[in-house]
Design a protein around this ligand. Structure first.
Ligand code: CR6
Length: 832
């Protein structure tokens, strides 16, 4: 029955519609029902958390309807389907996003408010699933949104980490990590599927056997078997009825107790085995730490690809049938090399378990996989020691050897006698104590390989994959990353979204970002400019208030908000930004009468827990901030704040408030960057190097609306080949020297000259990311920024044009390119 608890407001909807109706009255009714039937609460005693859960379930009920309908249509139409394999999904808070995609954001808020629910308070209550560590994980989440919006049938496969990326707190200027127990209060968005589970095996040995027909077969006798259980989250598209599936695997012991062990008395041993199984999906590893020795990480990778490949085969069996056609039904996209083991696993399943011939299995596998590379940094390219690999996955090692042999035979025939080439291309690296090169496995096992921005795709063809490109150039592609305007404009910056809609006279831009062009003709309109400025200042006020509350640093909303928010890494050069701040500080100290545009420097980002230099950079930022913020002689002009715990939720506070976006990586190092897009879409101007997607952003918005500085990737290569000498630069530039010396003087470390020495010494003597080489150009470019900011109308025009020309950087465009050029998947339209 749909009868409601006594406290319910009267509803005008027919009773059978109240459960998923979209009217305000239906939503109010549903809200109260969910509060009662799911949380077991009524309005007067409900906590904010109960109210959040009721809102989440009210949204979810409406999502399920679309989800089931999509699944049915996809199934009966035998639609070609994408399987996106990613070790990370940085989803961010779900409630507002889902309400927006349901098309009921406004009415749901109104319904809640009529029930005297403070909607902003319940949004604050939401914890985000931090199942990713940076750009790669967030990209996967943007792609899920766009896959559904572009009506591409898709399943996202990944790991349901019990602990996501750590929470960062700042103590005495240092990063301190806190475990992220995001499931503590339950997760309303997921549906456990205890019946969808697969066995995953580890260790042991292999045996040669023969089947009934006398064919030779391999049997893997594992040492440990665990179970992966599916947890499903519906992913809605915007403006369409399509909803896709995110399926995350949780590891469990096959039985709660191993009774055999129990009976012989080893009770603790049995419990231990259970704990070991559960450990596999316990915690997320940050993606930018060296991989060495991370046995659990390898277990995780195999765990989720094995479950996913088994599930894919099961789905194929349920719908289409013969395994020989599985590559026609499914495309598998590998998000970096973390899931590359899926190639060997599919081979194992087809050959060992389905008794397919090696040739046929390899042909199917090669047609199924596509691989996206996300980095050129050598330390981030995954390799696994052969010894570890063999111990955990003996059968997969044999398969990889067989793939390698066949592949290298091909290379031998193409490049007669070129043994150096064979060694370079082998899946096994023999030079660093035998290791498996996951990137080579991914390239050899895929029919398409792509980079994530034009420059990056060019560089992979000339550096890490040069030999592979020479062998098969047609397999290399490029797809520039994109981000979803739903989350990064509509959800995070509703004021700007309203202004854009009012100015354009439509909201079509939300579903097709190219429509932002309609803003262009208004770029000089003083009325729009004034409103534009009001929207920006309102966002800055919100952020200033948050920062004051969480860091104690008061910031004047009238100051220029100059923001660098991203993972802490030397290649991203947060220390270059710090040198700029120190320069301005010294300038003001030397001549207090100099007039300056007031700037608030805001940083945000996490450092990998084991990355000592990155953690020292956080300390330096905070230390410089402490001195500047306390100094009345300068703090009317300069402020420095470090936003703790930069995640999706906090990012949504930053992007709308930025005037200037810092994208200052060493050219050639940032594969794409996606933060650059989020800032620019929200009207920030970019100061950036000729790197990653910066290059394409500059092309799109126009060189005159972008602050470019520094060496190009080619110049970087040349300089490094010639022999880079940072010491000479340090000695040759008096200001640079005095900025670095100020750090070593102990001014920012209570007189301790040693604290920052590892950082300053490294800059002066090694400087692998060439901070010193770009220092001068950066300062000069910042002068141009200041000059432009001093002319508000010019700045507003540039800001409006930035937004107007950001259409290309929607993840919708990226997904369309993947679907057409790489996957060959057609959209499936659902009638509403
Ligand atoms: N760290 C790149 O460094 C890119 C994203 C998404 C990264 C970054 O430039 O925008 O991927 N690479 O493509 C990896 O994670 C390996 C990242 O997020």
């Amino acid at each position: 029955s749909t009868r409601s608890p006594a406290t319910a407001a009267p509803s005008n909807d027919p009773p059978e519609q109240t459960r998923t109706g979209m009217s305000k009255a239906a939503l109010k009714q549903a809200y109260i029902d969910n509060l009662f039937y799911i949380q077991g609460r009524f309005r007067d005693v409900a906590s904010t958390y109960d109210l959040y859960m009721a809102a989440a379930f009210t949204a979810r009920d409406r999502m399920l309807e679309r989800w089931v309908e999509s699944a049915q249509v996809y199934k009966t139409s035998h639609a070609r389907t994408l399987c996106y394999l990613s070790a990370e999904y940085l989803l961010g808070p779900q409630l507002t996003q889902n309400l927006v995609n349901l098309g009921i954001a406004k009415v749901a808020r109104a319904a809640a408010e009529e029930l005297s629910v403070d909607f902003n308070a319940i949004l604050e209550e939401e914890v985000e699933p931090g199942l990713g560590s940076g750009g790669l994980g967030r990209l996967a989440a943007c792609y899920l949104d766009s896959l559904a919006t572009q009506r591409i049938p898709a399943i996202g496969y990944g790991i349901r980490y019990e602990f996501g990326i750590f929470d960062q707190v700042i103590q005495d200027g240092w990063q301190v990590e806190r475990s992220d127990n995001w499931l503590r209060n339950g997760n309303p968005w997921e549906l456990p599927r205890p019946k969808i589970s697969f066995a995953v095996r580890y260790g042991g040995h292999t045996e040669q056997t023969r089947d009934q027909e006398g064919r030779s077969r391999v049997r893997w006798v594992p040492e440990m078997v665990i179970k992966g259980v599916a947890y499903d989250t519906p992913i809605l598209g915007y403006g369409v009825r399509n909803a896709n599936l995110l399926r995350l695997w949780k590891s469990e012991a096959p039985e709660s107790f191993d009774f055999q062990t129990f009976n012989v008395g080893d009770y603790y041993g049995a419990v231990h085995a259970k704990i070991e199984a559960e450990t596999i999906s316990k915690v997320l590893y940050p993606n930018d730490e060296p991989e060495a020795g991370k046995e659990l990480r390898l277990k995780q990778q195999y765990f989720f690809v094995s479950c996913s490949m088994q599930d894919m085969i099961r789905l194929h069996r349920n719908t289409v049938g013969p395994l020989e056609t599985i590559h026609q039904k499914f495309v598998v996209q590998l998000n970096d090399t973390h899931p590359a083991l899926a190639i060997a696993e599919l081979m194992r399943l087809l050959v060992d378990e389905q008794a397919m011939t090696w040739e046929q299995a390899w042909s199917i596998t090669r047609q199924t996989f596509c691989y996206t590379n996300h980095t050129l940094l050598p330390e981030a390219l995954e390799t696994w020691s052969l010894a570890l690999f063999e111990r955990l996955l003996p059968r997969h090692l044999e398969i990889i050897y067989a793939i390698n042999q066949e592949f290298l035979d091909q290379v031998r025939v193409r490049f007669l006698g070129d043994e150096a080439r064979i060694a370079r291309m082998s899946l096994i690296d023999e030079t660093h104590g035998r290791r498996i090169r996951m990137a080579h496995l991914a390239v050899v096992g895929s029919r398409a390989v792509n980079g994530v921005a034009a420059l990056h795709s060019k560089l992979i063809k000339t550096t890490i994959f040069k030999d592979f490109h020479e062998l098969a150039p047609e397999r290399f592609h490029t797809v520039t990353n994109g981000v979803t305007p739903r989350r990064f404009m509509v959800v995070s910056n509703p004021r700007l979204a309203r202004l854009i809609t009012a100015t354009c006279g439509h909201d079509r831009w939300i579903g097709d970002l190219e429509y932002l062009r309609d803003l262009e003709t208004h770029a000089d309109d003083p009325v729009l400019q004034a409103r534009w400025r009001q929207v920006k200042i309102a966002a800055k006020r919100d952020l200033a208030c948050w920062l004051d509350h969480h860091t104690g640093v008061p910031i004047d909303p009238e100051a220029m908000f100059d923001i660098q928010a991203k993972r802490l890494h030397e290649y991203k050069r947060q220390h270059l930004k710090v040198l700029h701040i120190i320069r301005l500080y010294q300038r003001l100290k030397q001549d207090p009468s100099v007039s300056m545009v007031p700037r608030a420097f805001i940083f945000g980002g996490k450092a990998a827990p084991g990355y000592v230099m990155a953690k020292l950079m956080i300390k330096l930022i905070n230390a410089v901030g402490e001195v500047i913020n306390r100094d009345p002689q300068v703090n009317g002009y300069l402020r420095v704040a470090f936003m703790p715990n930069f995640n999706v939720k906090n990012g949504q506070r930053l992007y709308p408030a930025a005037d200037l976006s810092e994208q200052i990586s060493l050219a050639g190092k940032e594969a794409s960057g996606t933060g650059n897009m989020k800032f620019s879409m929200n009207g920030a101007l970019t100061i950036g190097t000729d790197d990653g997607a910066n290059i394409e952003i500059r092309e799109a918005v126009g060189a005159e609306n972008f602050f470019l500085f520094g060496m190009t990737a080619e110049e970087v290569q040349r300089k490094q080949a010639e022999g880079y000498r940072p010491w000479a630069l340090y000695q040759g530039d008096a200001e640079l020297k005095s900025d670095i010396d100020l750090i070593s003087s102990g001014l920012f470390s209570h007189g301790d000259p040693h604290l920052f020495r590892p950082l300053t010494d490294h800059l002066i003597h090694a400087d692998p990311f060439m901070v010193l080489a770009d220092y001068r150009a950066y300062l000069e470019c910042q002068e141009r920024v200041t000059e432009a900011y001093a002319q508000p109308r010019r700045w507003d025009r540039m800001s409006i044009l930035n937004v107007a020309r950001m259409g290309r950087f929607s993840s919708d465009r990226a997904i369309r390119e993947y679907a057409e050029r790489i996957w060959q998947i057609e959209p499936v339209v659902l009638d509403s």
